[in-house]
Design a protein around this ligand. Structure first.
Ligand code: SME
Length: 154
């Protein structure tokens, strides 16, 4: 198994590097759980965020998929929490301070900021990628852009 080696310090370049390494690692792998799990692992190695994981669409709910982090809630209704809202609105949501997001679902009191990125397949959302940080204001447009590119590899 190859390892993710990050040699750059610039966040934008780091995301690109992770993207290109994942493209190589995932080449030929058809299993979506294996792909999601490997994407979580690569993001963890590169950025060491507190919680990184996928929620998959299952009817009118999201159900937890591969993740790295502390125990998380299993199911989230469409429109609920940051994840269910990103799904409903079909766009990435950056939450600088989770206490200021109405309806935020606190799986861990450690989480202070969050980003949720929808995963599209054939113009449909099939999952969301959720990343939590123990610091406020962790995520910005560079994370959004980098992660939106990475989730095209699901
Ligand atoms: N905070 C999320 C719930 C999932 S956990 O952060 C892992 C939300 O509000 O949707």
């Amino acid at each position: 198994m190859e390892h993710i080696h990050i040699t750059t310090v610039n966040k934008k370049e780091q995301y690109l590097e992770v993207y290109h390494q994942l493209r190589t690692i995932l080449d030929g792998e058809k299993d979506i759980i294996a792909r999601m799990a490997t994407i979580c692992g690569a993001i963890k190695e590169a950025f060491n965020f507190y919680w990184i994981g996928f929620y998959r669409v299952d009817g009118d709910e999201l159900v937890v998929g591969p993740y790295i982090g502390t125990l998380a809630c299993l199911r989230i209704k469409k429109g609920k929490g940051v994840c269910g809202t990103a799904w409903k609105n079909e766009q990435t949501i950056i939450v600088k301070n989770v206490d200021e997001f109405p309806g935020h679902i606190a799986c861990s009191s450690e989480s202070k900021s969050e980003i949720v990125v929808p995963v599209f397949k054939d113009n449909q959302i099939i999952a969301v990628l959720d990343i939590d940080s123990t610091e406020y204001n962790t995520f910005d447009e560079i994370d959004k852009e980098g992660l939106e590119r990475i989730v095209t590899l699901v």
